[in-house]
Design a protein around this ligand. Structure first.
Ligand code: NAD
Length: 260
């Protein structure tokens, strides 16, 4: 039995993060959700997870590209639940474009949300985990933290960096009961992927149907999308005592993509 812990899951108003928030609550952890979206929908999701799991679930709308708001997220979580034991760095965005056309403002935003936010949130919570002798850092990286695809220069760069952060924190936490792991999903059909289908079609000059068949699922030997719940289940497992010796890893959940 896993003792109840306090988790922050960034970007948990949608897709993978929402599934991770639910899985952690189902495993008996209190959860601070975070992300953007329609306030009524966010409240409905928060309340549903709380009601269905019986665990307290709160929400904070910090913009993870803003260091001050990341600090406010931690302060709010500590005020509500007392401490932070589990950090799931999941918030992320994507832009698909050849590097010579890549909008610089999107590069800056991708690096801020997909990479720097994880560093800032870990910096703000790691000391507490160390002092209590238990912690879990789970970075939702990507298969693109391990391998590259064209037209995703900023995203691939940020995700590789997150894998590097994961390894470093595994070493820093190893004697303090803290593990740090990256989960590296292949393609999961979330709004993030739905949005890049037309962008990829434009960048490659092909139809959206060809993008799904010949670009997205072509890389994934199972030829089916990964389910958000499969990422949630792995995140919950990483918080169990059975996973205490799993640290510093980048775990692919990619239907065999990175076996190529
Ligand atoms: P999604 O678009 O469904 O969800 C992204 C979440 O991040 C949302 O909750 C959104 O509100 C939040 N977010 C975006 N910008 C934010 C900001 N500035 N501050 C706070 N929250 C912000 O996408 P998803 O597919 O569920 O992606 C979640 C993570 O999984 C991302 O890091 C993504 O890179 C990674 N990932 C996704 C896939 C995939 O195929 N979908 C594959 C590999 C990795």
């Amino acid at each position: 039995m896993t003792p109840p812990r306090i988790a922050i899951v960034t970007g948990s108003t949608s897709g993978i993060g929402l599934a991770v928030a639910r899985s952690l609550a189902e495993a008996g952890h209190a959860v601070m959700m975070n992300g953007f979206g329609d306030p009524a929908q966010i409240e409905a999701d928060r309340a549903r997870i709380e009601t269905e799991t019986g665990m307290p679930v709160a929400f904070h709308g910090a913009d993870m590209s803003d260091q001050a708001q990341i600090a406010a997220l931690v302060t709010a979580t500590e005020a509500r639940f007392g401490q932070v034991d589990i950090v799931v760095n999941n918030a992320g965005i994507q832009t698909v474009a050849p590097i010579e056309d890549f909008p610089v403002d999107r590069y800056d935003l991708i690096m801020a949300i997909n990479m720097s936010a994880a560093w800032h949130l870990c910096r703000a919570t790691f000391g507490g985990m160390k002092s209590r002798g238990w912690g879990r850092v789970i970075n939702v990286a990507s298969a693109h933290g391990l391998v590259a695809s064209p037209y995703k220069s900023a995203y691939v760069m940020a995700k590789h960096a997150v894998v590097g952060l994961t390894k470093t924190l595994a070493l820093e936490g190893a004697e303090h009961g803290i593990t740090a792991n990256a989960i590296c999903p292949g393609y999961v059909l979330t709004p993030l992927v739905q949005k890049q289908i037309p962008e990829t079609a434009k960048a490659r000059g092909i139809s959206e149907e060809q993008v799904v068949r010949d670009v997205l699922l072509a890389a994934q030997p199972t030829k089916t999308f990964v389910q958000p719940e499969q990422i949630g289940a792995l995140a919950a497992f990483l918080c169990t005592p059975a996973a205490a010796q799993i640290t510093g890893t980048a775990l692919p959940v990619d239907g065999g993509w990175t076996a190529h």
